[in-house]
Design a protein around this ligand. Structure first.
Ligand SMILES: NC(=O)c1ccc[n+]([C@@H]2O[C@H](COP(=O)([O-])OP(=O)(O)OC[C@H]3O[C@@H](n4cnc5c(N)ncnc54)[C@H](OP(=O)(O)O)[C@@H]3O)[C@@H](O)[C@H]2O)c1
Length: 187
């Protein structure tokens, strides 16, 4: 069965981007490509991904800033669902579906597309929370950078009970994997 995983880098005080949507606090830190919970191993297990429109537009701004739209090359081969109520710029040939459908409906499409691989919720935090709200988030995997920001985009703006499954050091980062603890079903 596919697991639905929220895998992200975060600051120690729980922000995944600074108030200007910058990730400069992240890219200046060292990560070991073969270290605990590294991205390379993680992405091999992923068969479908989802993100919110802020994250999507951040990727467009940073990957393609000075290129012609015809030359945009989306960095992922796996199918991606982008949640938005707006009409966003399209990346030619990318396997991207824009959606505002309900989370459970999209999740089912993602699981079907993922086959025996997992589903990655890229972010932001509220989108991961929306999957958790309907009982469809299984794991939270964080790479904690040694920095605090005091503000920015929140890691997970909800109360969610978690169980710590695994922890390690990856160069500058604390790598931690949690499973989501679901409330027992009521009679
Ligand atoms: N540290 C990391 O590794 C990491 C990982 C991921 C993201 N980031 C960064 O973190 C920041 C996240 O920003 P964010 O918290 O604003 O989140 P986001 O999830 O990327 O975008 C939020 C937007 O997505 C749309 N949306 C969300 N839920 C929806 C739903 N159910 N149906 C339809 N549309 C929905 C809405 O925009 P519309 O107006 O389009 O409807 C909403 O304003 C970004 O700067 C991103 O680059 C960092």
């Amino acid at each position: 069965v596919s697991l639905t995983q929220y895998y992200t880098a975060t600051t120690l005080d729980g922000f995944i981007a600074d108030p200007d949507n910058s990730l400069d606090w992240l890219f200046t830190r060292k990560r070991e490509p073969d270290g605990p919970m590294n991205y390379g191993d993680f992405i091999l297990g992923i068969g479908a991904m989802a993100m919110g429109s802020t994250t999507y537009e951040w990727i467009l701004d940073h990957e393609f800033a000075d290129k012609d739209p015809a030359e945009w090359k989306w960095p992922y081969d796996i199918p991606c669902w982008v949640f938005t109520h707006r009409q966003l710029a399209v990346v030619p040939t990318a396997r991207i579906e824009f959606t505002r459908a309900n989370i459970a409906t999209v999740h089912k499409e993602m699981v079907d597309a993922a086959g025996d691989r997992n589903v990655w919720i890229v972010g932001g935090g509220d989108l991961a929370g929306q999957f958790a709200d309907v009982g469809l988030l299984d794991e939270v995997i964080v790479m904690v950078a040694p920095v605090t920001l005091g503000g920015g985009a929140p890691l997970l703006p909800r109360r969610i009970e978690l169980r710590l499954d695994e922890v390690g050091q990856n160069a500058d980062f604390v790598a931690a994997k949690f499973s989501v603890v679901r409330a027992p079903a009521r009679e």
